[in-house]
Design a protein around this ligand. Structure first.
Ligand SMILES: [Zn+2]
Length: 203
């Protein structure tokens, strides 16, 4: 009787350090490439191709897909904060609120979220870029907020509101820009109104 079958082996395809999604930054990993084999009498004889690839953490033994090798929460967070800042700057320009008190309000609002103090120069640079690019409000808000959660969009709306109306008096031009930006993010107008009302009421 000829006994045949298949078997999967998990040879190591690479090693290095990565930011483990489970146990934290700078952990050793092994990259495993599962191979399927045709076996004869339990001996692998013919490779049947790659069955799958994964990354195994040397510290917690967790296994993750290959994307984990590019997982960098600190960089992702910094990128997200930059994005919130640039979008707020864009709203500031479109509401014609590029005044020292608005820049200061944006700095305060961002600090509340990120714990980092953003220098004025950074904001002025964002303004220059947005002006040079003639960045339109709706397309940029629509495109740059696609991966934000509902809470993320609400957070951005609050930052924009605090930037445009530091005194919590939301003028017509602020109102309009907030609604346009929110509509581009897919927020219903009545929800936007609730956020504005809550902000005006000091909540
Ligand atoms: Zn780990």
């Amino acid at each position: 009787m000829i006994i045949f079958g298949t078997r999967t082996t998990n040879p190591t395809a690479g090693q290095g350090m990565f930011n483990c999604p489970r146990c934290g930054p700078q952990k050793p990993y092994t990259h495993k490439k599962a191979k399927r084999w045709f076996t004869l009498y339990f001996i692998p004889v013919i490779p049947l191709g790659t069955a799958g690839e994964y990354v195994e953490c040397g510290a917690c033994a967790g296994t993750f897909d290959m994307d984990a090798l590019h997982y960098d929460p600190a960089a992702e967070q910094a990128e997200m904060f930059d994005r919130l800042r640039r979008l707020s700057v864009l709203a500031m320009l479109h509401a014609q609120r590029y005044q020292p008190e608005n820049v200061a309000a944006l700095q305060t609002a961002l600090q509340g979220v990120t714990q980092d103090f953003v220098q004025e120069d950074v904001i002025h640079q964002d303004v220059q870029f947005a002006q040079q690019a003639q960045a339109q409000l709706e397309p940029v808000f629509g495109q740059q907020t696609q991966d934000l959660s509902a809470d993320g969009k609400t957070l951005l709306l609050r930052i924009v509101l605090s930037t445009l109306a530091p005194s919590r008096q939301v003028a017509a031009q602020d109102h309009q820009v907030v609604h346009r930006a929110a509509a581009a993010m897919g927020m219903p107008p009545n929800v936007v109104e609730q956020h504005i009302a809550a902000y005006v009421a000091g909540q």
